[in-house]
Design a protein around this ligand. Sequence first.
Ligand code: FAD
Length: 525
Amino acid sequence: MAKSASFESRKARAFKELAACLGEENVSENPAVRSSYRWSWGFVAVAPYGKGPELVVMPRTVEHVQEIVRLANKEKLTVLPICAGSLTPSFEADILIDMMKMDRIIKIDPESSYVVLEPGVTYNRLIPLLRKEGYTIAIGSFPPTFSPVGNLAVQQGFNHNFSGRVSNQTLGLEIVMLDGSLLRTGTASMGSDYWSPQAGGVPDIRGLFATSLQATPLMGIVTKAAIRIWPLMEASGLPIGGFDTFAKAVKFSKTVTQSCLGDQSMVWNWVLTAMTESHIKGSKDHIDLLTHRMTADYTEPYKGLYYCYAWTQFRGYKEQVDCNLKLCERIAKEIGGKILGNEELGNTIPNCWKSWKRDYKDFDPLAEKREKHMWSYMGGERPGGGSAYFNGSTDDLIKLEDAFNRTLRDKYNQNPQPYYVRMFEGGTGAHLRYMLPVDAMDEYHRKRVTKMREEMSSWVNDNFPNIHVAGGYKRGGYKKVETHSIGMGSALNRIRDALDPNHVGFLPGEKRLEPDEEGKAVTAG
Ligand SMILES: Cc1cc2nc3c(=O)[nH]c(=O)nc-3n(C[C@H](O)[C@H](O)[C@H](O)COP(=O)(O)OP(=O)(O)OC[C@H]3O[C@@H](n4cnc5c(N)ncnc54)[C@H](O)[C@@H]3O)c2cc1C
């Protein structure tokens, strides 16, 4: 719908005031700049190109953010903060706040095992500084140009290499509320410079500010976060097991996680393992693998690979690590698999093995991909573009795996697909993630994968009532958190109305109130 005539004048006023406050170089209405914010590359990649924001601003201080919010309220404009922008489905806000210029490392505190960061600090910058102190920080498999605050604090991402110990790595947040006031959580909310959620008598409200891919309302803008760091210790281990069934591999991962033996444990199916190997190696093997996947059943691994690989990573004293290695050999054997020797790994998946060691044993994810940003990952094919995420008990996920593979094959004629499992905190559950690759440039393919993902998610909802299908706040058939009889939708909407009465926090597709020239309220889309 067309904007009311007054929209352009309110936008122009906002532009002028923002330029005066932030500096002209940090405010843009240039179409070229705005269009670079039209599309998320990340795992909501099946989202199409949108129209982009009206204005782009890059604050450098908390006061700048407060001023932006104040102006947004005054002019009734919507705001949308982003860090790396990789998970944002829609950028069609009036004012897009790119947080990456707020990039101060406020403190590195090895004594209390945490850092305090602004959103613009990247893993690339932080990890070398932590390594100097003998520490590391949780990271997923995304490019190190991403922001720890964006991933671990704003998303409260649990898909990282310390998920077997603690999923939520965030100890505290600083937030500019949507009325411009400032708030800190936990112990820091009483003005202390010790950041912990364990504050007796103080409610834990961190989750309120963890956005859920724009499905839940934006309640504030995160300007600082205190995030755990972990000591590297004197030794580390990464035993890799080969298993002929998914169930055995998952059982291995669950057993080692429940005994608190490692920082994380994962299961990779043969497709993901082979794809990773051939992507790193390149060459004709890539074509051989594609040919195999086009003709083989999901039960027929490529070139002598195991059906699934399961491994766990741990740090510790040397004796502790030696003991854990022996324990893993015993557990794998008892379950009916084996821990693979260096020779076998070197002969079958040398490149994939090297990348696992770099990321999970040496905790040095920057060793080879320091310069890489997300555009360089796996060419034009977005590997996780059609990702389907399922959280649940390991027993349920074991049942789901075979049923899912069969349905993909029988209903969609889909070739064997990559997937992995990651264990949560002490084995309290796990996450099974199918990564249906999407050709980003092919509209037909994008639509096909989107449809398949949605249908498969509904099918899981119908057939596995205790498995949580990610994206369930607004999406997911009848199981929408927003509208479910015991869902939290109405509570969140009421909290939003209290915290953001003008609804300046951008929600995709929402109609909002804009006063016209006479001050009378009109709706606009
Ligand atoms: C190759 C690849 C691999 C990946 N692997 C993983 C993985 O292993 N584990 C994993 O967890 N993820 C993974 N991802 C997914 C995702 O890209 C990351 O989780 C990423 O860190 C998300 O952070 P972001 O800064 O890009 O989020 P953004 O897209 O910037 O933000 C996401 C949401 O948070 C809001 N937001 C952003 N900043 C703020 C703020 N300061 N205050 C309030 N709200 C804010 C946005 O408005 C949006 O709604 C991967 C992505 C890629 C491309």
